[in-house]
Design a protein around this ligand. Structure first.
Ligand SMILES: *[C@@H]1O[C@H](CO)[C@@H](O)[C@H](O)[C@H]1NC(C)=O
Ligand SMILES: *[C@@H]1O[C@H](CO)[C@@H](O)[C@H](O)[C@H]1NC(C)=O
Length: 236
């Protein structure tokens, strides 16, 4: 290897190390409060930030870093989410978009993208999937949307039997979710970990839209929607 090549390899290694230390610095728990406040996740979604970051890694290789921008393509599959586990506890995870139709005009807020209840440890596959994961269907021209992942810790198993199960094919019934009402209903007082990123419309949204069907239960859910004045999942 020529000295020039050796030098450029060395530079590359340094750059990678620098990038890595930068990434771990972003997800330093000392910065959680500031990040949630500066993007107004507090108070738009919750009253207080969690104590620590949840690590949220997508198959695309990208991760949530407290407000970074990810494309609809990068977030098309459910991410792997991990947090520091308390062995005796269970966890309930939600992913919500408070910016529907847009951050300036959030009149249909919130839109629930994903909910898994009673997760033992970090093992999301062994939790109860309440709302199946749906990627970005953010409308064209509505700017950046915040996508917020929250992990609540609870010691008792929660009874979600009264909640409708919402499949990945169901879209509109996900509107009018309220994180605050949901946490009140299930007494989820311990917001343990969280993270968020931003995403906005691009052409891939039409691919995600195409997976939506008028799902079997959509009519019933929409009736329920009316009866509950908006919220289908987690409503009164
Ligand atoms: C729904 O709204 C109607 C009128 O707007 C009100 O009378 C009713 O109490 C509300 N129901 C619930 C469950 O909030
Ligand atoms: C949240 O709960 C309050 C009080 O029950 C209710 O008035 C409000 O409509 C609920 N919000 C949503 C989005 O369902």
């Amino acid at each position: 290897m020529s000295p020039v090549h050796r030098l450029s390899l060395l530079c590359l290694v340094c750059l990678l190390l620098l990038l890595e230390s930068h990434a771990s610095d972003i997800l330093n728990d000392a910065h959680v409060y500031r990040a949630f406040a500066s993007f107004e996740v507090v108070p738009d979604v919750i009253d207080e930030a969690p104590d620590c970051w949840a690590r949220v890694s997508f198959k695309s290789g990208r991760q949530a870093e407290g407000g970074n921008r990810l494309t609809p393509t990068q977030i098309r599959n459910p991410p792997v989410v991990t947090w520091n586990v308390n062995e005796r506890a269970l966890y309930t995870l939600i992913m919500t978009d408070p910016d529907v139709p847009s951050r300036d005009d959030p009149r249909y807020k919130e839109f629930i993208h994903w909910a898994v209840g009673n997760i033992p440890g970090n093992d999301i596959d062994r939790g109860e999937t309440l709302v199946e994961y749906l990627g970005a269907i953010t409308a064209r021209g509505t700017g950046l949307h915040r996508f917020v992942l929250l992990v609540f810790e609870h010691l008792q198993k929660l009874d979600f039997s009264s909640e409708p199960r919402i499949s990945a094919q169901c879209g509109t019934v996900r509107r009018y979710f309220s994180t605050r009402n949901f946490t009140r209903k299930y007494e989820l007082t311990n917001l343990y970990a969280g993270n968020f990123f931003q995403t906005q419309y691009d052409d891939y949204v039409s691919t995600v839209q195409a997976q939506l069907r008028e799902c079997e239960s959509e009519r019933t859910l929409n009736e329920l929607n009316g009866a509950r004045n908006g919220t289908v999942f987690g409503g009164p």
